[in-house]
Design a protein around this ligand. Structure first.
Ligand code: GLN
Length: 449
């Protein structure tokens, strides 16, 4: 039938592809589902739609590696809540997408399974850490995808690959079955080629889940597709001047401003605003993220899941050897820095300080949203960079996240939408809202469709 045939074409395309967007393909099971949709046995809002899933999201019976050697061979016995919701709506799970190891990165170069390439220019990165999902969507290797965004990992690849990505309000989407990197910051988010698909995917994954204690139990469930309306009349847009800092590419600045002017022509108002603590966001983010990571990643001891090599000696030796072999360089760096920052005598100096800064950043947003409805700014300060450009200089890689991490620190939602090009490279604009303002963001973004 129609769905099965088109799925075969998608798999052929993936097999010929040079993007390296997928770690694992779900061929047999996907074809079975497509067939069932063709025969009317499976229905739903995503019936027959090929969806890709980032490899840190647990899938029952399907390899889940987080882009790491340490999870080689790990086949989970359960589905993440978001995956269960996809299946309930008839989605066809194409496969698991490549990512920076344990979602630590901005380029998808730190994967044990090799870098993913940007479909617009194969010598460039797709962004990260959900770069496999971004490349798969932009490269027509699925229709939509799930990513996770801890400090920009949905919005960065959306920006670099010229697609739409949403970082939902913290607590809107269940994290049950999402392998934790920094749990106080991350959310699963939809990635798609247009706002309509992104809104539809958000509709499917959002909503209370009793299995995740941080999942918010909102009284009524919002239907995001109802906000696919072309109307921004009277909308007040704030343009935070700190988001156009020193390292911002002129072409990005121009594209973002033209997008704001376009919204102005459609009836929106704009004014410059200030989020004065933005300059501390990167430092606070990386301390908090590394501290949480060092604690979360302690569970990978080689005994419970994944890699098991050599002969077992005493617990300490086995544990250390497997971690030494199984983790990549960036993950080790973060575990060590996080452990250091949490250790006695340093905790107050680094971790507690970072938490205080986090509160100030949240207050910046609260204050701004008293005067404006949403904020508009570049998602990334520059277009996709070359593979290898930042790998030897982690700090320069971290700096690329300057405009994305404040959003995660505050827990607020943001959507990244394509707004222009620098040569053949896409540029993204992000709209940021107050808590649970997804409807406003979708309405604004939809005017770009
Ligand atoms: N680049 C950021 C980091 O490395 C964000 C990653 C993410 O959102 N998962 O932590």
């Amino acid at each position: 039938g129609q769905y099965e045939e088109s799925l075969h074409k998608t798999f052929d395309r993936i097999k010929r592809s040079r993007l390296n967007a997928y770690i694992t393909l779900n061929v047999e099971d996907a074809i079975k589902t497509a067939k069932a949709v063709d025969e009317g046995r499976v229905t739903g809002r995503l019936a027959g739609v090929p969806v890709a899933v980032k490899d840190c999201i647990t899938t029952k019976g399907l390899l889940t590696t987080c882009g790491s050697k340490i999870l080689s061979g790990y086949v989970p016995p359960f589905d993440a809540e978001v995956v269960a919701r996809l299946k309930r709506e008839g989605a066809v799970i194409v496969g698991k997408t490549n990512m920076d190891e344990f979602a630590m990165g901005t380029s998808t170069e730190s994967s044990y399974y090799g870098p993913t390439r940007n479909p617009w220019d194969l010598s460039r990165v797709p962004g990260g850490s959900s770069g496999g999902s971004g490349a798969a969507v932009a490269g027509l290797e699925c229709r939509m995808a799930l990513g996770t965004d801890t400090g920009g990992s949905v919005r960065c690849p959306a920006s670099f690959c010229g697609i739409v990505g949403i970082k939902p309000t913290y607590g809107l989407v269940s994290r049950y079955g999402v392998v934790a990197y920094a749990n106080s910051l991350e959310q699963v988010g939809p990635m798609a080629r247009n706002v309509s698909d992104a809104a539809l995917l958000l509709d499917v994954i959002a909503g209370h889940d009793p299995k995740d204690s941080t999942s918010v139990d909102t009284a009524d469930k919002v239907s995001y597709v109802n906000y696919l309306i072309d109307d921004v009349k009277g909308l007040k847009i704030g343009v935070p001047k700190e988001y156009f800092g020193e390292g911002t590419d002129k072409r990005v600045e121009n594209a973002v401003w033209s997008a704001i002017m376009r919204l102005n022509k459609l009836g929106a108002d704009y004014r410059e605003v200030s989020l004065p603590h933005t300059k501390y966001a990167l430092a606070a983010y990386y301390i908090i993220a590394m501290c949480e990571a060092s604690s979360n990643l302690a569970r990978f001891d080689g005994l419970r899941y994944g890699l098991r090599t050599g002969k077992d000696e005493n617990w300490h030796t086995t544990f250390s050897r497997i971690r030494a072999e199984g983790f990549g360089e960036e993950v080790k760096r973060r575990i060590m820095l996080g452990t250091y920052a949490l250790s006695e005598g340093y905790y107050g100096k680094y971790y507690l300080k970072a938490l205080k800064v986090r509160t100030l950043i949240k207050q910046d947003f609260d204050k701004a949203f008293k005067d404006v409805d949403i904020l508009a700014a570049p998602t990334m300060p520059f277009p996709a960079f070359r593979i290898g450009e930042h790998v030897d200089d982690p700090l320069s890689m971290y700096m690329a996240d300057v405009n994305t991490v404040p959003v995660n620190l505050a827990g607020v939602p943001s959507i990244s939408v394509p707004c222009g090009f620098a040569g053949n490279l896409p540029i993204g604009i992000q709209f940021i809202g107050g808590l649970f303002d997804e409807p406003k963001l979708i309405r604004t973004a939809y005017t770009f469709e």
